[in-house]
Design a protein around this ligand. Structure first.
Ligand SMILES: Nc1ncnc2c1ncn2[C@@H]1O[C@H](COP(=O)(O)OP(=O)(O)OP(=O)(O)O)[C@@H](O)[C@H]1O
Length: 273
């Protein structure tokens, strides 16, 4: 039994449109999964079934052995942390510190313990100097960090991140991704929705590709992203390294399995620089 099990999940909206169609997969504890697909493929609808925001019309969902459709939100929040696409949908308090403390306090920590936890998480995400600020006076990037800090403060076993680097610049994105990566190395299961195939390649180990509400591919990142046909069918761009590999292979140089550093070294030698 995985930490997340989804079996035969269907979801149809009021006008009869089928949004999810017989979705089944199992996720083991500690995996780092990228959930990818074209706009409207059903990614958000799928993850909303994992925290009980949506209830299965048909099929079964279990998360850490719990059925999200009938489990209290506060109980689910002890196991699973959500970062929504728009941080403003999950910010409710009037100062940064209160916002980060809210989850730990609700889960039973004393105010002093919750404050200590919040300060430590604020340091991790780089918000230590903004603890007394009003969240809505922060930049978009800082609001994203704040929403992420509130997730981190709960130490969830599973984190579901809907485009976690939206609105962040390159270095802010990298900082957040490094924190997510560290959490995963410490055992947190990660499911990350993203449109950025380079990010998938760099951080995830397994990728689920959704197309029009069905799973088009589910497998190790390298084998799925190397498959140009699947990516094309899903309306996704393969990361540059695979496009380059394809280009070079057609010209007689097979770089399959090489790291960027190995490729760089080979090019350096070839060019004599
Ligand atoms: N409650 C609803 N009523 C009607 N249509 C809906 C509802 N919820 C989702 N949809 C439609 O279902 C489809 C899938 O939406 P969903 O947000 O799950 O896709 P997505 O893959 O997350 O897209 P994006 O990458 O744009 O966030 C879309 O066409 C959306 O308009």
């Amino acid at each position: 039994m995985g930490v997340i099990n989804v079996e035969g999940l269907d979801f149809t909206v009021a006008d009869g449109k089928k949004i999810l169609n017989k979705i089944s997969f199992k996720i083991e504890s500690g995996e780092f999964i990228a959930l990818v697909g074209h706009n409207g493929a059903g990614k958000s609808s799928l993850i909303q079934h994992l925290n009980g925001l949506l209830k299965p019309e048909r099929g079964k969902v279990s998360v850490t052995g719990l059925d999200p459709a009938v489990t209290r939100t506060s109980m689910m929040a002890k196991h699973i942390g959500f970062l929504f696409q728009n941080p403003d949908h999950q910010i409710f308090n009037i100062t940064v510190i209160q916002e980060i403390m809210a989850g730990p306090k609700n889960s039973g920590l004393s105010p002093a313990e919750a404050e200590k936890k919040a300060k430590s998480v604020a340091r991790t995400v780089g918000l230590s100097d903004k603890l007394e600020e009003n969240p809505f006076a922060l930049s978009r990037g800082d609001r994203q960090r704040l929403a992420f800090a509130s997730v981190l403060a709960m130490n969830p076993e599973i984190m579901i991140l809907d485009e976690p680097t939206t609105g962040l610049d390159f270095s802010e994105s990298r900082e957040i991704m490094e924190i997510i990566d560290r959490c995963n190395r410490q055992g947190t299961t990660i499911i990350m929705i993203t449109h950025d195939m380079n990010m998938v390649l760099k951080y995830a180990r397994r990728v689920l590709v959704l197309k029009a509400g069905s799973i088009l591919a589910d497998g190790p990142v390298h084998s799925v992203l190397r498959n140009g046909e699947i990516l094309e069918e899903a309306g996704l761009l393969s990361p540059g390294i695979f496009q380059l590999a394809h280009f070079l292979k057609e010209r007689g140089l097979d770089i399959q399995g090489w790291s960027v550093e190995e490729l760089f070294e080979a090019m350096r030698k070839k060019l004599g620089v």
